[in-house]
Design a protein around this ligand. Sequence first.
Ligand code: HEC
Ligand code: HEC
Ligand code: HEC
Ligand code: HEC
Length: 176
Amino acid sequence: MTKFKFIIILFIALLLEAIFCSLTPSLFQLGARDVFAAEEQYYIGNRKCRLCHFEYFKGWEKDPHANAFVRLGRMQNNPYCLKCHTTGYREPQGFVSEKITPELRGVQCEACHGPGSKHKDSPYDKEALPIGRKIDYQSVCIKCHDRNWTPEFDYEKYRKRIEHKIEPKVKKEVSP
Ligand code: HEC
Ligand code: HEC
Ligand code: HEC
Ligand code: HEC
């Protein structure tokens, strides 16, 4: 008999949940999506990328994107500006504020390549990084380089200006 009661209670609970969720669909969906995304992929900050991609990091430091947050000046708390001048704003473990997430200031690696938590753990898994080599990067750029901010955006021209890798000055001789 207890088993039967249990099933009834479970059924009622599910029914109530279904009703509740249908009343507040957007709220429920948002929560579910965030939790899912947080489990799947999240931002780790470019200090982590630096561990394995030192030369890219060095190159990025000279890139205007590195100063994108600092350049905001007094507008560093303006949500409208943060969307394009930080990394992963309002995304799972993305930028929140300078106090809480100083490591995600500016337009970092993950702003163009997507959150890197999975890639860090399995770098050879081609599916791990959301935005790897095989992609139309122009579509990534124009999320920020829209008509307002860069009316004359030309992918080829702009792409050349972010040649973000620097060859190491001294090439190590590999001895057998
Ligand atoms: C839709 C994305 C986006 C938003 C929102 C945005 N910016 Fe920018 N911002 C850019 C881009 C892209 C550039 C680079 C423009 C270029 O040189 O092509 C830029 C450049 C700048 C510069 C460098 C100076 C210049 O004009 O070249 C400053 C300063 C700046 N933004 C401040 C702000 C402030 C303050 C806000 C909020 C009021 C803001 N931005 C909101 C994308 C954005
Ligand atoms: C402004 C956007 C942007 C930022 C920021 C950025 N990248 Fe990239 N990255 C690109 C683009 C575009 C390519 C593709 C280059 C191509 O093939 O044209 C690329 C390619 C790469 C590649 C593959 C290179 C290859 O051999 O094809 C690596 C590795 C990489 N980036 C690492 C990094 C790291 C690490 C950082 C941060 C330190 C970073 N990127 C920051 C845009 C960016
Ligand atoms: C544990 C070391 C490690 C870390 C940390 C790491 N990477 Fe990588 N990454 C690699 C290796 C190794 C490859 C080359 C994989 C290959 O050739 O198949 C690679 C390849 C890439 C590529 C080219 C992907 C492609 O499609 O070929 C990009 C872009 C990239 N990394 C960006 C990043 C970014 C951004 C971060 C930080 C969020 C990061 N990596 C952190 C080791 C790492
Ligand atoms: C997350 C938003 C964002 C993305 C994505 C992004 N950028 Fe930017 N970019 C900016 C901002 C903001 C600036 C202005 C930085 C500053 O001057 O402080 C900028 C500046 C630049 C500049 C310097 C502009 C100048 O007048 O010299 C170049 C070049 C550039 N971006 C190229 C690219 C390319 C190419 C891509 C795509 C592969 C890309 N950006 C993706 C936000 C972004």
